[in-house]
Ligand binder design. Structure first.
Ligand code: SF4
Length: 247
């Protein structure tokens, strides 16, 4: 018993601060992309999912897998910053143009922020996800991220939830389950689409067995891009939704 207490004392406070400092991200981390304004043809040809359009000089973060292939193919055209704040309240808000600046957004209306700002319960729906986004949501419950300190908690039943967090491209098999889960959640409620698949269908966009993301089935209030999004990106999106602009 004494040994455990001494070890606890030695380890000290393990919960990470939020917003996170740059030391919290690995060297390989790719955050907010930036188009430099140089022609995108070479970079777009390297993109495996068509997230980059040379014709429109635009990058759709909602489809982007953050694989970095475009920046590797043409570092003069695409750069990646280390900014983890990527969420948007609108699907169009995730489309970056050349030289444009992106500002994370998606705050719920003031009355809902008052209602949910200190206590927000989410039911997670994996609608055909590969478990990567789900794993990064799970990790928010660990002591490092400590989601509970913000008054946010994942719950088992939609009847106890204030909103849904949807992952996966929404396969046809999961459409009814998602619809029923949404209907079972008492209003007012908020919906978060988490990860490229839930935002746009991701690599499965256009596949006959998927519906191209959560917005095809339920109204979405917050889009969190990434494949999967970093846990801090998810946390930023959730808190931005219920607390307004945080940083
Ligand atoms: S980082 Fe995004 S835009 Fe660039 S190649 Fe990968 S998926 Fe395409």
């Amino acid at each position: 018993m004494f040994k455990e207490l001494i070890e606890r004392f030695r380890q000290g406070h393990r919960t990470a601060p939020f917003p996170p400092g740059p030391e919290k991200f690995s060297d390989r981390y790719l955050g907010l992309p930036r188009l430099t304004g140089a022609p995108l043809a070479k970079a777009a040809a390297a993109c495996p999912v068509g997230a980059l359009s040379a014709a429109d000089s635009a990058l759709d973060m909602g489809r982007c897998l953050f694989c970095g292939a475009c920046a590797k193919a043409d570092p003069a055209a695409v750069e990646f910053t280390r900014d983890h704040r990527l969420s948007s309240g609108s699907r169009e808000g995730l489309v970056l143009g050349s030289g444009g600046t992106f500002r994370a957004s998606g705050e719920a209306p003031p009355d809902l922020r008052r209602l949910f700002g200190r206590s927000f319960r989410l039911r997670q729906v994996s609608a055909g996800g590969c478990n990567a986004c789900e794993a990064d949501c799970n990790v928010l419950g660990t002591l490092a991220f400590d989601l509970g300190r913000f008054g946010v908690q994942f719950v088992a039943s939609p009847r106890h939830a204030d909103g849904l967090l949807v992952t996966g491209p929404v396969t046809k098999n999961m459409e009814l389950a998602l619809r029923k889960t949404y209907d079972a959640t008492p209003g007012p409620k908020l919906v978060i689409a988490c990860g490229a698949c839930a935002v746009s269908g991701g690599p499965y966009a256009g596949h006959a067995e998927t519906l191209g993301g959560a917005a095809a089935v339920v109204p979405v209030d917050m889009f969190i891009p990434g494949c999967p999004p970093h846990p801090y990106t998810i946390l930023d999106g959730i808190l931005r939704l219920i607390n307004g602009d945080i940083v």
